[in-house]
Ligand binder design. Structure first.
Ligand code: CAA
Length: 417
């Protein structure tokens, strides 16, 4: 029998402050409906320099180990997916390894490809276990990022930050992956990038949306072909994509998931042998089905709407939000997941939700993680954004969390947990 491999448990860490998105809109002289209805946002995480991608990753990983009683002696791989690394050479994974005092007999590395780096890391871990090379060991995959475009830019309302830590194993209580069915699609584009030395990302916003939709269409079609060969979906009265209980997307802003879902449906509507609806206009309309979006996508966005973009972690925040909302109802159901990283690479994959998903998610205590945050004014958000990255404020870390304490002679020192 084929090994069952996938995500056993997860934990989430977010910055301790957030700004209300309507406050930000008013401060920028923008109709708040543009940010709420137009982009789908409610709140946006605001980090200070003490909450960098290392401290968020270490906090999420420590939380995972503590909440889920992870046996760290069995962890054989630690991968950090990030596009906001803090050093050109020393990986975040080595910081996390040290801060958590993990065993030395372990492979550690960072994985970078814009927002896709976390999924690349997850697949490395899943395939390492599925191949047998892991010899019964588990893997930690941590997706961590600070999404930062800068004050008064078009991307400003789509910032955010946080980390999601995943335990990958042969006991996939959250999600058993359909190993080998993944569809992928790559192309060399400049849609979003961050040249070396820059703190803020550069982005060709509208073009980046086109690149996302184009790459995801290729990835989805690749998955669908393999899933059909395996008899998991078929041409039927229901579209192949409708045969997935839920579909989770990379969420740079929540409205993007709506656009992505319409694109997946359009792929099916265009490729169906019976060409009904017959005209491209009618197909576009059918692709935008509100009922399908409500049934398959809407419930995954609860956390993303309150945190904002978390680059590599955005898809996994959607997974957390989905299983937090409907973990019990989705037991034994197949869901689809779409990861996108600018530059660009998209990957569509699927998996079956485990029977213990609700129990595992209860331990992640996500309501408390979000409820502990403090709402700040736009003035305070701007002050935090203007702080130098290398001079963190002297704030004692909350119990169970890490903070960057100082950078001395180019060496970063962390406190906490
Ligand atoms: N009421 C309701 N809706 C309104 C409105 C109002 N008063 N005013 C505008 N809107 C709607 C618009 O119609 C539009 O909706 P549609 O896209 O459905 O047409 C939406 O609000 C946004 O309006 P604009 O397109 O005019 O907004 P913008 O030009 O200011 O920028 C953005 C939007 C391009 C997403 C920008 O925020 C941005 O550049 N963000 C960063 C890039 C990004 O997130 N790209 C996503 C794909 S790349 C990726 O996924 C990787 C990654 O993580 C970065």
């Amino acid at each position: 029998m084929k090994k069952r491999v996938g995500i056993e448990a997860l934990a989430v860490a977010v910055p301790r402050r957030y700004v209300d998105i309507e406050d930000l809109a008013r401060a920028r002289g923008v109709d708040p409906a543009k940010f709420t209805a137009g982009l789908g946002a409610k709140e946006m995480a605001v980090n200070d320099p003490g909450e960098d991608s290392v401290s968020l990753a270490a906090t999420a990983a420590a939380r995972l180990i503590q909440q889920q009683s992870v046996d760290t002696s069995r962890v054989g791989m630690l991968v950090v997916g990030t596009e906001t690394g803090v050093d050109h050479s020393k990986p975040i994974a080595s910081h996390v390894h040290g801060l958590l005092k993990l065993p030395r007999a372990m492979r550690t590395f960072d994985s970078q490809h814009a927002c896709y780096g976390g999924t690349a890391g997850l697949m490395a871990a899943v395939e390492w276990i599925a191949s047998g090379a892991g010899a019964g060991r588990t893997a930690l995959v941590v997706c961590t990022d600070i999404a930062r475009y800068g004050l008064k830019t078009a991307g400003e309302p789509t910032q955010g930050g946080g980390a999601v830590a995943l335990l990958v194993s042969e006991t996939p209580d959250l999600l058993a992956l359909d190993v080998g069915l993944n569809g992928v699609c790559t192309s060399d584009v400049y849609d979003f990038w961050r040249p070396v030395g820059r703190r803020e990302a550069l982005v060709d916003g509208h073009y980046s949306i086109t690149c996302y939709l184009d790459a995801m269409a290729g990835a989805y079609r690749g998955w669908r072909q393999r899933a059909m060969e395996q008899g998991l979906v078929r041409w039927d009265s229901k579209l192949p994509s409708e045969q997935l209980s839920r579909i989770l997307y990379h969420v740079p802003f929540c409205k993007m998931a709506r656009k992505a879902h319409a694109q997946v449906r359009l792929c099916d509507l265009e490729d169906a042998a019976d060409s009904s609806p017959a005209t491209p206009e009618a197909r576009d309309e059918a692709a935008k089905s509100q009922a399908s979006y409500d049934a398959q996508v809407a419930k995954s966005l609860g956390l993303n709407a309150r945190v904002g973009n978390v680059y590599t972690a955005s898809l996994y925040l959607a997974l957390a939000g989905q299983l937090h909302a409907e973990g019990a109802a989705l037991a034994n159901q197949r869901i689809g997941l779409l990861s996108y990283g600018s530059g660009c690479c998209a990957e569509f994959y699927s998996g079956v939700v485990g029977e213990k998903a609700a129990e595992r998610m209860a331990r992640a205590d996500l309501d408390t993680v979000l409820a502990k945050r403090e709402r700040v004014s736009v003035e305070e958000y701007e002050r935090l954004m203007n702080l130098p990255y290398d001079a963190p404020e002297a704030i004692a870390p909350e119990p169970g969390t890490f903070r960057l304490a100082e950078i001395h002679e180019h060496r970063r020192k962390y406190a906490g947990a």
